[in-house]
Design a protein around this ligand. Structure first.
Ligand code: DC
Length: 279
């Protein structure tokens, strides 16, 4: 899982830890659930009931909203496959690092990734990402990968390759919950149901902070909270301002602010909406 799952509202962050940076960046967030537009663009596949009909559900949004966990649980409830596209970008970053290619050589990164066979083992839960014959599941969560994945994901040629791969996956697995940053906006503009999960930067930083303290990775304190918040704000900015496939809320997506919702509530809400739309 790439992100901490939404949980019951955690304890308050260290006094004075939250800066106004996150609030300023994400202050446009409104009420808990804002339905931007109710109808999916393509009423055909999803509207056709039955397990043989195609069903593409996209979940986009920034880091720390619990997207991966939510997507995986939703896919299980709907009895469809789950695609973690962040894992693919992370694998690309790992390939670059392990081949000793720097961020200054984007063409080499694109070529190195394209030369590897990247696929999922769909028998595993979650599906196991295999690259060049080796499982990437541990490697892609390591700190060096997390550090460079955002700039790697901004390389246009790499994004083109990933979009192609993701569409090929959907052709082979036409009943899919897919999550990332550009799934509803770029990769599957005709998806049957689109969601955009959001949460305030402070809340996302607080979830991450509590997860790291619980793991014993950090000792905890206002400075560490502030650093996490800054990291999240910086990643949001980088993901949402890049030229190709920027993080945006598609016009026809259902936007859900998970700040005050439990994981269970989020999955319930998404499942209810998918069933209401797609049957
Ligand atoms: O969701 P994640 O943290 O595993 O994503 C890792 C990085 O990949 C993050 O910087 C956003 C980027 N990403 C992207 O640009 N497009 C996607 N469809 C999925 C992830």
């Amino acid at each position: 899982m790439t992100e901490p799952a939404p949980t019951a509202p955690p304890a308050a962050p260290p006094a004075g830890a939250a800066t106004t940076a996150g609030r300023t960046l994400l202050q446009s967030m409104g009420a808990n659930i804002v339905e931007v537009q109710a109808m999916p663009k393509r009423p055909t596949a999803g509207a056709a009931k039955g397990k043989d009909a195609g069903l593409i559900v996209t979940i986009d949004g920034p880091a720390g909203t619990g997207k991966s966990t939510v997507a995986r649980l939703l896919a299980r409830r709907l009895g469809v496959e789950f695609l973690d596209t962040g894992a693919m970008y992370r694998a690309a970053a790992a390939v670059a690092i392990d081949a000793g290619i720097s961020l200054g050589s984007p063409d080499q990164i694109v070529a190195a990734v394209a030369s590897q066979d990247m696929h999922f083992d769909w028998d595993a839960d979650p599906p196991e990402l295999i690259c060049g014959g080796r499982s990437m599941m541990k490697r892609i969560r390591e700190p060096d990968v997390t550090r460079i994945v955002s700039p790697v994901a901004a390389i246009p040629g790499l994004r083109r390759d990933m979009v192609r791969k993701q569409r090929a996956i959907a052709r082979a697995h036409p009943r899919l919950v897919t999550e990332g940053r550009d799934q509803g906006s770029v990769v599957f503009p005709d998806a049957d149901v689109k969601f955009y999960l959001d949460a305030s930067a402070e809340e996302r930083a607080r979830r991450r902070y509590e997860q790291l303290v619980a793991q014993g990775t950090i000792r905890g304190g206002p400075d560490e909270f502030r650093a996490l918040l800054q990291e999240i704000v910086a990643r949001d900015l980088s993901d949402s301002t890049r030229r190709d496939g920027p993080l945006i809320c598609p016009e026809d997506a259902v936007r859900i602010d998970t700040s005050d919702m439990t994981l269970e509530q989020v999955v319930d809400e998404l499942e209810r909406r998918v069933r209401a739309r797609a049957g």
